[in-house]
Write a protein that binds this ligand. Structure first.
Ligand code: ZN
Length: 328
């Protein structure tokens, strides 16, 4: 077999046939190249940040149970809150996102930033936008890393918001010795597969996506753009800062496929995340100012692009997994 033919077959395996998990044996290097090429193709111009974080310069292990780093200079992260859809508001930072979904019976808040940013960005941001933080009835935390769970305790203690999180991530909070020097959020609602978090006329459907953490939650929900309904696929966890072994990557890959399929089934045309590096939220919010009537919403990228997002993380996880197998 010529090298070129072998490469072509490997590329075909990566592009077309690589849907089932690969057998646990060492793989030739060109198969890794094929997955990398598939990841780049799926990322295109839409998801360069996600490609960088999962294929080009991936993290290779979890952080420790250590105290949070001191708060950085606010100039490095503070940005304006914004109305993004008729019923969805951004109350995040330049780096991390927090989203307020307004309903007929109050607000569902998704993710809560680092603790140091949460009061100013979330409580201050909602207030600046004319929304009442006391109306936050539910807080859904995608996963219990400090850059997303930081404001959960504040919302619970100050506004009696109910906090929804994956069971294993509640456990992780309980077990942590050092990460919550100012107090932990109290265990509240444990999310289940397919659960609908409903408030008034609006529901958020939970899609557990173990991988980034064991309790990571992705979500599907509807927003309206000048009255036009659009479905959002919200990706709850992305980077590879978990124990880097084959079983963890198998879990991660299965979750990427599960959420990709759920997003496709729901005809999701909007991809959102909790880091601007993955969904370009802050840039897109700036682009909204230049949007002319009739132009598509910058977040409305189409169902094909949404499914490519989950393909990027799937393919990059396969690259990392195959590298592990080659080492062993
Ligand atoms: Zn995380």
């Amino acid at each position: 077999m010529t090298i070129r033919l072998r490469a072509t077959l490997a590329a075909l395996a990566g592009f077309g046939l690589g849907l089932g998990l690969l057998p646990a044996r060492a793989q030739p290097a060109d198969e890794i190249e094929a997955h990398l090429a598939a990841a780049k193709k799926a990322a295109a111009f839409d998801f360069a940040g996600t490609l960088v974080r999962t294929c080009v310069a991936p993290q290779t292990g979890p952080g420790g149970d250590v105290a949070p780093a001191p708060a950085p200079d606010p100039a490095t992260y503070v940005t304006d809150p914004a109305k993004v859809f008729d019923n969805l508001y951004f109350v995040g930072t330049k780096i991390h996102s927090s989203w307020a979904l307004t309903t007929s019976a109050g607000i569902i808040l998704i993710d809560t930033l680092y603790e140091y940013a949460s009061e100013n960005a979330i409580v201050g941001g909602l207030t600046k936008l004319g929304l009442d933080p006391r109306q936050v009835k539910y807080v859904i935390v995608s996963h219990a890393h400090l850059d997303h769970v930081g404001g959960a305790r504040l919302m619970q203690s100050k506004f009696d918001s109910h906090v929804v999180m994956g069971g294993p991530d509640w456990d992780a909070i309980e077990k942590s010795v050092n990460q919550y020097p100012n107090g932990k959020p109290k265990r509240d609602i444990t999310a289940t597969d397919g659960q609908k978090v409903t408030l008034g006329d609006t529901s958020v459907t939970i899609v557990p996506m173990p991988g980034h953490t064991p309790g990571t939650l992705s979500m599907l929900f509807e927003v309206k753009d000048n009255g036009k309904p659009l479905t959002v696929a919200y990706s709850g966890g992305t980077a590879f800062n978990f124990p880097n072994d084959v079983p963890h990557f198998d879990t991660y890959i299965a979750s990427a496929r599960k959420m990709g399929a759920a997003a496709t089934a729901a005809k999701a045309s909007v991809l959102m995340s909790n880091h601007s590096e993955f969904d370009n939220a802050v840039t897109k919010i700036k682009m909204m100012a230049a949007r002319k009537p009739g132009e598509p919403h910058p977040f409305d990228i189409g169902a094909e692009a949404v499914s490519r997002y989950f393909k990027v993380t799937d393919e990059c996880a396969q690259v990392a997994r195959l590298k592990l197998l080659r080492k062993s």
